[in-house]
Design a protein around this ligand. Structure first.
Ligand SMILES: *Cc1c(COP(=O)(O)O)cnc(C)c1O
Length: 356
């Protein structure tokens, strides 16, 4: 089809990545994180491919509803929890297990003691200072939940790391020790580890690991590519050249004329832009692959088009494929140029992109 931007998803890579993570944490159960439509990879297809996972994690109730509608049976943990009392019964009915991170949620549960029991995860704020009970309030929150007939007894203690992707482990170690102290003697299964903690901090593995990005062959480690951890990138995003133009020295390319050809240049125009989710902030110099050659974009990313310096692929012609990331071009490289992380690039692709 003309003007199609395609995201090809390699489900085998995702299965292989889960196997690698399991080998790294052999004694833990696997909560595969599928939030944001599986980081843009398609949550239902990924959940089906990961049928061997012990459970799935999502951020929003709608994401869990979609998985249940598709017949996904494993427990689903809802990281954002609930913020309205009328949602609780629905979550219990779907066996979606909300994170309890705020006193208002306990009050809502206390106000409906006769409701059918719901499984919950109780979140500790071990130092990220975003969601969760402070360490000195954690045991009391647990006691309130344990006193409720409408809360199932198999409560899991969870926390989340702020800097597990950074080379300096000290903050992660500090969060782990806060977690251990706050949960000491409470006899709870525990869950702490996101992708980089699974890979780099074995002491955090606990009963349930919660990797997301690593499943998709993505990393947030500064200056690193997921492949360096043995992971296989699962998304290949590609578009096509719809024009090839020879431009003289002095030609100003695209909106704002931000790139001026310093010499005569062959310029390719590819049919992809920020309306597909390609980052508008990607500056001149951001890499793309044309005919397998690493080229650079020049000028501004516009809504539907990007412009490419074809010096490294002089034989390129209309119809040739342009790889935006994947297959020889790490999404982490593109993200570094655009001032963001690979996660954001993958999960902000728009509906105009065709998935295959
Ligand atoms: C997103 C998320 C994860 C997964 O993080 P990754 O860095 O993608 O592995 C785990 N736990 C919680 C609570 C999350 O929100």
């Amino acid at each position: 089809m003309s003007r199609s931007v395609t995201a090809r998803i390699d489900l085998d890579a995702i299965v292989a990545n889960m196997a690698l993570l399991r080998r790294r944490a052999p004694d833990s159960r696997m909560l595969a994180v599928l939030k944001a439509d599986a980081y843009g990879h398609g949550s239902v297809a990924v959940a089906r491919a990961l049928h061997a996972a012990d459970g799935f994690g999502v951020a929003a109730q709608g994401e869990a509803e979609r998985l249940r509608e598709a017949g996904i049976r494993q427990p689903i943990v809802l990281f954002g929890g609930f913020d309205a009392a009328e949602d609780i019964a629905r979550l219990a009915q779907l066996d979606v297990r909300p994170a309890i991170h705020h006193p208002s949620q306990i009050e809502m549960l206390e106000a409906q003691r006769d409701a059918p029991p719901i499984h919950v995860w109780l979140k500790l704020d071990s130092g990220m200072n975003r969601l969760g009970f402070p360490p000195d309030e954690f045991a009391a929150a647990l006691a309130r939940l344990r006193a409720l007939p409408n809360v199932a007894p198999d409560i899991v203690a969870m926390s989340h790391f702020a800097t597990s992707d950074e080379p300096d482990p000290s903050n992660t170690q500090r969060q782990l020790s806060v977690f251990r102290q706050a949960t000491h003697g409470l006899d709870l299964p525990v869950s702490l580890a996101n992708s980089t903690a699974v890979l780099d901090h074995p002491a955090t593995h606990g009963d349930w690991i919660r990797p997301g990005g690593a499943l998709y062959g993505l990393t947030t480690k500064p200056g690193r590519r997921a492949e360096q951890d043995g992971l296989r990138p699962a998304m290949r995003l590609a578009a096509r050249l719809i024009a090839v133009r020879d431009k003289p020295a002095g030609a100003a390319i695209g909106y704002g004329g931000t790139f001026v050809c310093p010499e005569p240049m062959r310029v390719g125009v590819a049919a992809v832009g920020y309306a597909d989710g390609y980052p508008r902030h990607a500056p001149s110099g951001t890499p793309v692959l044309v005919d397998g050659q690493r080229c650079r974009i020049i000028g501004r990313v516009s809504m539907d088009l990007i412009t490419i310096d074809l010096a490294a692929a002089p034989g390129a012609s209309v119809g040739d494929e342009v790889v935006l990331w994947g297959d020889g071009l790490a999404v982490e490289d593109v993200a570094a140029h655009a001032g963001t992380i690979s996660y954001e690039l993958c999960c902000r692709l728009t509906r105009r992109v065709e998935f295959a």
